[in-house]
Design a protein around this ligand. Structure first.
Ligand SMILES: C[S@@+](CC[C@H](N)C(=O)[O-])C[C@H]1O[C@@H](n2cnc3c(N)ncnc32)[C@H](O)[C@@H]1O
Length: 280
């Protein structure tokens, strides 16, 4: 597929108010939010973060990663796509931003089982039932339109083969129902009822949800299987326990050049830990 700017026209709000600013911070800082980070530490951080995502897949299923294809939705400059390529059979990175995909292709240069495709900001440009794993991390919480976020769940399930597994992260905290918090940096909030309406009548089985209890900006990862048996009735997410797992803690504290971020993290750490749930 040819890279175009079509996605930027459709979701102009996203690019105008957030992604162009982030790009101006430089390729590494635009992703990690610390202009001081070195390329080596950027890579170490991404490799460890990817490993944590693999642990999430393994916590809820016994997936055959080595023979599977994964789509990385909102892949950025390939920080996760690259280490995923060492574990999964094939990786397809999709992003709205043509410029960042240029950086992704450089960052993953020489890695044969990765390809990058520009998306339109709304859909995943892949065939139905063509991948085994869908992943998205650090993306959905920045999208101010809730319909777009919900559509990425539908799209992830569409491109999965039956039996495939989706693992998306988003924030239930610091988001708002109408979206656009903090000059659009933080997007629309998803509630349990949003998921319940998405899952109703569809063959989606919620395998579990994960949060890092020590992350001052907590994210929720949901892991959903595209089931092969008939749709389940009434999966009540409010009753589901969120599993504690380290996701971001323990992976950056020893990275000397990641100093600014570490300071901001420490100053944000709440005195009382916030339990992340589906209905925060
Ligand atoms: C904070 S970065 C995270 C990148 C990557 N997932 C990582 O962890 O390194 C968010 C990425 O999402 C992309 N993005 C934002 N809105 C998007 C949308 N509607 N569709 C696809 N990608 C989007 C941005 O261009 C950016 O590359």
């Amino acid at each position: 597929m040819t890279d175009q700017h079509a996605g930027e026209e459709k979701s102009g709000q996203l690019d105008a108010k957030y992604w162009s600013d982030i790009k101006d911070q430089g390729p590494l800082a635009g992703i990690t939010l610390d202009a001081g980070i070195t390329p080596e530490d950027f890579q170490t951080y991404g490799d460890r973060l990817a490993q944590r995502q693999i642990e999430i897949y393994r916590r809820f299923a016994s997936p055959d990663l080595a023979h599977g294809t994964v789509v990385d939705v909102g892949c950025g400059m390939g920080r996760i796509s690259r280490p995923f390529a060492a574990v999964f059979g094939k990786v397809v990175g999709v992003d709205i931003n043509a410029d960042i995909l240029v950086q992704a292709r450089q960052y993953c240069g020489g890695v044969e089982n990765v390809e990058f495709v520009q998306g339109d900001g709304l859909t995943i440009p892949l065939e139905d039932a063509s991948v085994d794993f869908a992943y998205s991390g650090g993306v959905l919480q920045h999208i101010p339109e809730r319909d777009v976020i919900m559509n990425y769940f539908l799209e992830g399930m569409r491109v999965l083969r039956p039996g495939g597994i989706l693992n998306y992260s988003f924030q239930t905290w610091y988001t708002s129902r109408e979206g656009g918090v903090d000059g659009n940096r933080v997007g629309a909030q998803l509630l349990a009822s949003d998921f319940e309406s998405l899952m109703a009548g569809r063959p989606w089985r919620l395998l579990g949800a994960v949060a890092d209890p020590d992350d001052p900006i907590p994210h929720l990862n949901v892991v959903i299987e595209k089931a092969t048996d008939p749709p389940r009735r009434g999966q009540k997410l409010r009753k589901r326990k969120v599993v504690d797992m380290p996701v971001r803690t323990g992976i950056f504290e020893d990275l000397a050049s990641y100093e600014d971020f570490r300071k901001r993290w420490a100053s944000n750490t709440p005195k009382t830990r916030r339990r992340v749930t589906f209905w925060d």
